[in-house]
Design a protein around this ligand. Structure first.
Ligand SMILES: NC(=O)c1ccc[n+]([C@@H]2O[C@H](COP(=O)([O-])OP(=O)(O)OC[C@H]3O[C@@H](n4cnc5c(N)ncnc54)[C@H](O)[C@@H]3O)[C@@H](O)[C@H]2O)c1
Length: 259
């Protein structure tokens, strides 16, 4: 596929870059000319993705941190800025784990753990990146990955609440930092075929029948949306929640829609 070179000269940090949506995003932004810090709690996965980019002639290195550990996040961003010389773009994909017991059976510890990864984790990364993004100025931006679970009542409590909270945080940051030249946007994916769905082909096929666009999403579908929002083509877009979900939500909104 021939892609534009919208990220030439841009330094980009991708959390959760070791697999799934984060990996696809790292590969896509590299293909468009960016220099990529591939970050993941799983150091081996991050190393593999960075090596794949370098082997293909791109610029990347790996860094590892747990986004629930503030000190580790700060150290990883400091390392990335030192190696890249600056930071223009943060893509915050790390998170997940939407399996939950019934509401009445969710203990405080599980609420805290899910919020810690899916909401506060992204906040920690944005906080660590912010001084560099403000210093970078024009073109600097953050794209965070939420979920359609944060857009509509389609199941889940701490995970969905964390993802809904991301939208509020992104909108407030967009309002506050627009004058500093930093944009903040959110992408809310529908069902995307990553390792979290492995062995569940029947579920994916059943779901695909109800999706207006007739299939589950692929990580590349999200990476394409990230590359648009992170690029200068979206230079006057900030504070948006862009659902990328094949029409799942519009498709289920009509109570007369046939099963
Ligand atoms: N796959 C889907 O159907 C789907 C749908 C909606 C939203 N999402 C969201 O998209 C994002 C990526 O999902 P995915 O399906 O690609 O997941 P994935 O499990 O394939 O990849 C997630 C990556 O994040 C890393 N990670 C997890 N916890 C971390 C932590 N504490 N610190 C640092 N890294 C950590 C993992 O090691 C992994 O490499 C998640 O935020 C998820 O909630 C996924």
């Amino acid at each position: 596929m021939s892609v534009p070179h919208r990220f030439a000269g841009r330094a980009i940090y991708v959390t959760g870059g070791g697999t799934g949506i984060g990996r696809a995003t790292a590969l896509r932004l590299d293909a468009e000319g960016g220099a990529i810090a591939v970050s993941d709690i799983d150091a081996a996965l991050a190393r593999d993705v960075a090596a794949e980019i370098v082997a293909a002639g791109g610029t990347a290195f790996s860094t590892s941190c747990d986004i629930t550990d503030s000190a580790a996040v700060q150290a990883s961003f400091a390392d990335a800025v030192a190696r890249l010389g600056k930071l223009d773009i943060l893509v915050a994909t790390a998170g997940g784990d939407w399996d939950e017991p019934a509401f009445e059976d969710i203990p405080d510890a599980l609420w805290n753990a899910k919020l810690d990864v899916n909401l506060v984790g992204a906040a920690r990364c944005i906080r660590a990146a912010l001084p560099s993004l403000v210093a970078a100025g024009s073109g600097a931006n953050v794209v965070a990955i939420g979920s359609i679970n944060g857009n509509a009542a389609i199941g889940g409590y701490p995970y969905s609440a964390a993802k809904a909270g991301l939208e509020s945080m992104i909108k407030n940051l967009a309002a506050q930092y627009g004058r500093s030249g930093v944009r903040f946007n959110l992408i809310t994916p529908g069902t995307i075929r990553t390792r979290n769905w492995s062995g569940r082909d029947d579920d994916l096929a059943r779901m695909a029948q109800r999706v207006p666009l007739g299939r589950a999403g692929e990580p590349a579908d999200i990476a394409a949306a990230v590359s648009f929002l992170a690029s200068p083509d979206a230079g006057w877009i900030t504070g948006v929640n862009l659902p990328v979900e094949g029409g799942i939500l519009v498709g289920t909104a009509n109570p007369f829609t046939a099963d």
